[in-house]
Design a binder for this molecule. Structure first.
Ligand code: NDP
Length: 469
């Protein structure tokens, strides 16, 4: 199996005439990404459609074997993939960063290969017989974001391939090289045209969404683009899995131990420097322990090094792009002007290179402040004081999003009672944002619909057929 370094991977996927991709930590050019046309996309879909019947006709054991080999290939190339990911996305090699993401890709491929396929008898009596089978959809379109570009691509493609679909991937314009390099490594294992990447602009995503030969779209990104995908796919009544924006609430109950939960709260909110769909984005803390929780968070946050991802030891990096930096900066400034208290951070250095925004904690903030009500998607956490749990539940449920949520308490039973009342696809107890390849994950409200991971994720990229009689 070929083992690449970053430069050889880049040489295989980059295009000297393409768009310059800049390192968000330094502004240095990482490489030039090809920009494909809608005609290229049409050709990729046509080839994927031609390749699909033979891929589906292989025995499931064969697809399982290839998914496991793909995991081996990712592991063999992990150093180069992690370095490229760190340079393009900005995330540190260390911590819950680039090495973690690449390791997650291999782990997810293996776990997806190991799931028992869905389907089987529903009723098997003398008079009534019914069974359900899950057949491939055909060609699946996978449209991904820039925050976890490799891992989310794997989340989309691994179940689709396992179920006998072929896949055409449209990566984010911000992080195309990471996805191209990952697929380059995977395609040393998979047959031609089973898995194709078409990098380019929003026109590629829009065409993939409305393409008559694409049966299903897996999408992770903003709610606005999710709405465009619903509209674009309506004529074909296409199957959709939409994992859209969130604004996850965490509720700390009055019996929680501030010091014991501080590090979990911190990583729940600041994983990937806050650029995670299911990160903790607004924290509700009971008045009895509000000051202690704030102090414990300031202590933990203050000792987490932020810097260039390739420098070992950093665990937080820059924002991936200028637009996201401006969103975070604008929200924190508006919070400061409203009278909220900056407990840590704020005040980025405008002359410093890179899109580094300091780790920021904002206290004494009203629930209707934009930093609470809007998705910041960056390293700035608002901490809201509440006086009774009813009020906290109302505030947590008060937005039109519902990806994740969490409840923090010394009494897990009490936490579960509160969790059951939260309007979110997943509610974690004394943790936030932990995903597992065998546990279904998806949003409610405008955070999307459809489940990823586990057997539900396999069903999501298949067409059920009931045989009755
Ligand atoms: P977008 O939703 O704009 O982009 C996600 C993907 O959709 C990209 O590959 C994009 O391509 C593609 N796309 C754009 N337009 C269309 C279209 N009409 N049809 C189909 N696909 C399309 O997210 P951004 O990256 O711009 O981030 C914006 C905000 O979204 C962030 O501020 C954050 O709040 C949220 N977000 C949420 C994520 C999550 O994990 N839930 C991840 C990333 C962002 P292209 O790059 O070419 O525009």
């Amino acid at each position: 199996m070929p083992i690449h370094d970053v430069e050889s991977l880049l040489a295989r996927v980059a295009d000297p005439a393409g768009d310059a991709i800049l390192d968000p930590a330094t502004g240095d050019e990482v490489g030039r990404a090809p920009v494909r046309s809608v005609d290229d996309l049409d050709r990729a879909v046509a080839n994927a459609r031609l390749a699909q019947p033979a891929w589906a006709a292989r025995a499931d054991e064969e697809r399982v074997r290839l998914l496991n080999q793909a995991a081996d290939a990712v592991e063999a190339n992990a150093a180069a993939l992690a370095e490229l990911l760190s340079r393009e996305q900005g995330k540190p090699l260390d911590g819950i960063g680039a090495r973690f993401e690449v390791g997650g890709c291999a782990a997810w491929l293996r776990a997806t290969a190991g799931i028992e396929l869905p389907g089987g008898p529903l009723q098997a009596g003398d008079d009534v017989r019914a069974e359900v089978r899950y057949r491939p959809v055909g060609v699946v379109g996978a449209i991904g974001p820039w925050n976890w570009p490799m891992l989310i691509t794997i989340w989309q493609i691994a179940p689709a391939l396992r179920m006998g679909n072929t896949v055409v991937v449209k990566p984010s314009e911000y992080t195309p090289l990471s996805v191209l390099a990952l697929v380059e490594v995977l395609n040393e294992i998979f047959p031609d045209d089973v898995l194709t990447v078409v990098p380019g602009g929003g026109d590629i995503g829009a065409r993939l969404t409305s393409h008559p030969d694409v049966g299903k779209i897996m999408f992770t990104g903003s709610t606005a683009t999710g709405r465009a995908i619903i509209r674009g796919s309506a004529d074909g009544v296409k199957r959709l899995t939409l994992e859209l924006g969130g604004n996850d609430a965490g509720i700390v109950l009055p019996d929680a131990d501030p010091r014991a939960i501080a590090e979990g709260l911190f990583w729940g909110a600041f994983i990937n420097t806050g650029q995670t769909c299911a990160a903790l984005k607004r924290l509700y803390v009971h008045a009895d322990i509000y000051d202690e929780v704030c102090a414990a968070l300031v202590e933990v946050a203050g000792r987490m090094p932020m810097g260039r991802g390739l420098d070992e030891g950093n665990v937080l990096g820059p924002l991936q792009n200028r637009a996201q930096y401006d969103i975070v900066d604008g929200l924190v400034e508006a919070a400061r002007e409203s009278g909220a208290k900056i407990l840590l951070g704020g005040d980025p250095d405008p002359k410093a290179p890179g899109y580094f925004y300091p780790t920021t904690l904002v206290g004494d903030i009203a629930n209707d402040n934009p930093l609470v009500a809007e998705e910041q998607f960056g390293p700035a956490l608002p901490i809201i004081r509440y006086h009774d749990v009813e009020e906290a539940v109302l505030m947590a449920n008060g937005l039109d999003v519902g990806l994740g949520a969490s409840v923090w308490s010394a009494d897990p039973e009490r936490a579960r009672e509160v969790a059951a009342r939260l309007e979110a696809g997943t509610v974690w107890i004394n943790a936030h944002g932990m995903v597992n390849p065998l546990v279904p994950f998806g949003g409610v409200k405008t955070s999307g619909f459809g489940l990823e991971f586990g057997v539900e994720g396999l069903k999501g990229v298949a067409l059920p057929q009931v045989l009755n009689g």
